[in-house]
Design a protein. Structure first.
Lengths: 314, 447
């Protein structure tokens, strides 16, 4: 059982505080999502794990000891802005990175070939990276972080720019790496996109942890949510005036309702029946974006106008 | 060639010092490293470190090996090598081809000229290294016309005037100018002898007078071939320092802007990454220089050139050692500069000011190499690390540097290089660790 621990990380860039006493830990055997809006400090925190950020305060620990270079050799890192030599051959690049992380020449070759096959780009092994399509470049990038079978895998926005198929493929790789007993931490600003990919999440905002826990726990905690559709009422007029109910979104007549404490789902259903034919009724889990919004609102009190960039494709 | 031994020892000592510094720069932590990648020599078993010729910390070796492999198979390297080989071959083959046929100087003679004077004119040739052919001219006008047309090189008119097409400057040391002066002296003497009314035998004896052979306490100055070697060496130094330093700069910049530096620095310290890069590119440069020397030697053998006589081997050795010293010195400067830039477009604006000391050193040293005379400025520049790579080999080729002077200059350069390596690593780390914000000098000094 290994464990990465970020303890009180603080980093200021002039007047801007990128990390503000940031503390959380990542345990092996599960995929941990590191979530938050753009500019929350995710990249800075991940760079700090690799000693790429000069910290004003705080420590990064690996298995309860400050991270050393030897530890980092056993880590894998996928930076947000992809780092590969454009003019180098794909296989050669993977072997080189494998060897820098301590693999023998033979092991590096085997690992590079294995990953290229697994990601379906074995036929491009002797191509230059710059000649690959963007999707394939990202596959090579992923392979470069995994080639030495790292004990800790840190990926900064691995899903950005991927199609749904690509997202599934990355998710599968991360899950199997975690299941092999490794630590996996990946960041995303698209909170709802990653719900299915990770078992636990750490959500941060403005350099501080907003909330953390297992996805299961966070999603079932909090106020109940209903999705109700009344035929013919695309504007959701029937729900206006319902006490203790807030309409959080309207998807073409399917209303997502957030019920405050004492309000009973049954009474909502009765009102819907009275208004017309109910074609859809479901009790739903909390989304991670909602978890974030509620946590931030709860923490900041007056910060009702949180504009969450989560889920917005750039 | 007793002077060569101390210099060889000095060069060996320099290599040893550089190797020690590299090891230190590579960071010799007490922690055992899992990777050990030999660069040229396979890593031996534990407990026999003395056998390793190039014992580098494994990852520095890996970085250097990658750099070497990628660079050496690139197009720039192939074209550059071709260019270097052409320059070297040209410098050896062309003089060798020209050297076998001595120049013929045609001297037009208009009007009467006595037989002893004619013989004296022809005898002026060998001393200057030319063959004199006398061309009879019907008149002074015909001689002038032939001069204009280039059919003759100079004319003696009526035994009283020497005419050339172009004026002869006092400082002109070409064979033509030397002959012109000799001819005017010979004819003038003949005229004076005639005026003195000596007997023909006396006149012939005096006309046949030749200057006494000169000897000096100091050894002789450089010959033409040697000066050529020295100049070609400078040209190659200039070309290679410019080329490989630019590679260092753009290479560091490429890694920074493509963010691969972050992936690499997650696994190895900046000093080792930088040292590997400098070493790998340096090895590529040395491969090119080695090829040039090998081709040169085989061409010298094939053409029976006299290039390898005298001080020339020493000049070649000095040029090669200063290629290493100069590259090592500049590489850190260029690497640090490259890390402060953010985009490839900024590389150009950095390369120009950084190239100024190289251009200055090359210019001053080539002037000395061509004239065969080292000014006081060259003697000063020979001890300053930025210009020493050019000035010191020229001093060696002119026989104007003692072995201890060479060693002193090399030592100054090595010490400065070690200091620069530290500074460059600090600049590099700071630039990478704080992307976006420029690093101020004060911040660096306080590190």
């Amino acid at each position: 059982m290994s464990r990465l621990e970020l303890d009180g990380l603080t980093r200021r860039y002039g007047p801007v505080t990128a990390l503000d006493q940031l503390s959380f830990s990542v345990t092996s055997g599960q995929v941990t999502g590191f979530l938050g809006p753009n500019g929350a400090g995710k990249t800075t925190a991940m760079r700090a794990v690799f000693g790429l950020t000069a910290l004003d305060a705080g420590t990064v620990r690996w298995n309860d000891r400050p991270v050393t270079l030897a530890d980092r050799r056993r880590f894998g890192y996928l930076p947000e802005e992809r780092g590969l030599y454009p003019g180098m051959l794909v296989a050669e690049q993977l072997e080189y990175l494998g060897r820098l992380h301590g693999l023998s020449p033979a092991a590096a070759t085997t690992a590079a070939t294995g990953w290229l096959e697994r990601l379906g780009i074995a036929d491009r092994a002797t191509s230059k990276v710059e000649s690959l399509s963007l999707g394939n470049q990202q596959r090579v990038q992923l392979a470069s972080a995994l080639v030495h079978n790292p004990d800790l895998l840190v990926l900064d926005e691995p899903l950005s720019g991927l199609d749904p198929e690509g997202i599934d493929a990355v998710g599968e790789v991360l899950a199997s790496h975690a299941r092999a007993g490794k630590c996996v931490l990946f960041s995303s600003h698209q909170l709802d996109l990653v719900e299915d990919l990770c078992e636990s999440v750490v959500i941060i905002d403005r350099g501080r942890v907003v909330t953390s826990g297992t996805v299961e726990d966070l999603a079932t905690r909090g106020l109940p949510r209903l999705v109700v559709r009344v035929a013919g009422d695309r504007d959701g007029a029937w729900a206006r005036g319902l006490a203790g109910v807030r309409v959080s979104e309207n998807d073409g007549g399917a209303l997502r309702l957030v019920l405050s404490g004492p309000t009973d789902p049954q009474s909502v259903l009765r009102t819907a029946f009275a208004a017309g034919l109910v074609t859809e009724f479901a009790v739903q889990r909390r989304r991670l974006s909602e978890v974030f919004r509620e946590a931030v609102t709860h923490r900041a009190g007056q910060r009702q106008d949180v504009t969450l960039r989560a889920g917005v494709h750039q | 060639m007793s002077g060569i031994v101390p210099i060889v020892i000095a060069i060996g000592a320099i290599f040893f010092v550089i190797y020690r510094l590299r090891r230190q720069a590579g960071g010799s932590g007490a922690r055992p490293r899992p990777v050990r990648g030999g660069l040229l020599v396979p890593p031996p078993g534990a407990g026999q470190p003395a056998l390793r010729l190039l014992p580098l910390p494994g990852d520095t070796g890996l970085v250097a090996a990658r750099e070497f492999r990628v660079r050496a198979r690139g197009r720039v390297f192939r074209v550059g090598t071709l260019l270097v080989l052409l320059i070297v071959s040209g410098a050896i083959v062309i003089p060798a081809l020209l050297g076998h046929k001595p120049t013929v100087e045609r001297v037009g003679v208009a009007g009467a000229l006595s037989a002893p004077v004619r013989a004296a004119l022809v005898a002026d040739g060998p001393g200057i290294g030319v063959t004199v052919t006398l061309v009879p001219e019907p008149s002074g006008q015909a001689a002038t016309a032939d001069l204009r047309a280039g059919r003759i090189d100079l004319a003696v008119v009526d035994g009283s005037r020497v005419v050339t097409d172009k004026p002869t400057a006092a400082s002109d040391t070409s064979q033509g100018a030397q002959l012109t002066r000799a001819v005017s002296r010979t004819v003038g003497t003949a005229e004076a002898l005639q005026a003195a009314r000596l007997t023909p035998a006396q006149a012939a004896a005096i006309a046949g007078a030749r200057p006494l052979p000169l000897s000096s306490l100091q050894p002789g100055g450089p010959g033409t071939t040697q000066r050529n070697t020295s100049y070609v060496g400078l040209l190659l130094l200039f070309f290679m320092l410019t080329q490989y330093n630019a590679w260092t700069l753009t290479g560091v910049l490429e890694e920074k802007s493509s963010r691969i530096a972050e992936v690499l620095l997650a696994a190895l310290p900046p000093a080792r990454l930088l040292a590997g890069k400098v070493l790998g590119i340096g090895l590529t440069a040395f491969l090119q220089a080695g090829l040039a020397v090998a081709v040169a030697v085989s061409e010298v053998r094939a053409t029976h050139s006299d290039v390898l006589n005298g001080l020339t081997p020493l000049t070649v050795a000095a040029t090669l050692s200063w290629l290493i010293l100069g590259y090592a010195f500049y590489a850190w400067v260029y690497a640090a500069a490259g890390s402060t830039a953010d985009r490839q477009e900024q590389a150009q604006s950095l390369l120009i000011p950084l190239g100024l000391p190289v251009i200055f050193g090359f210019f001053v040293a080539s002037t000395a190499a061509i004239s065969g005379n080292a000014s006081a400025l060259v003697h000063v520049l020979a001890y300053l690390p930025p210009t020493a790579p050019f000035a010191m080999p020229v001093l060696v080729s002119l026989g104007a540097a003692a072995w201890w002077q060479f060693a002193l200059s090399a030592a100054i350069s090595v010490v400065c290089t070690a200091g620069l390596a530290r500074l460059a690593t600090a600049v590099y780390s700071a630039s990478i660790l704080r992307t976006g914000s420029r690093v101020s000098l004060r911040e660096l000094m306080s590190r």
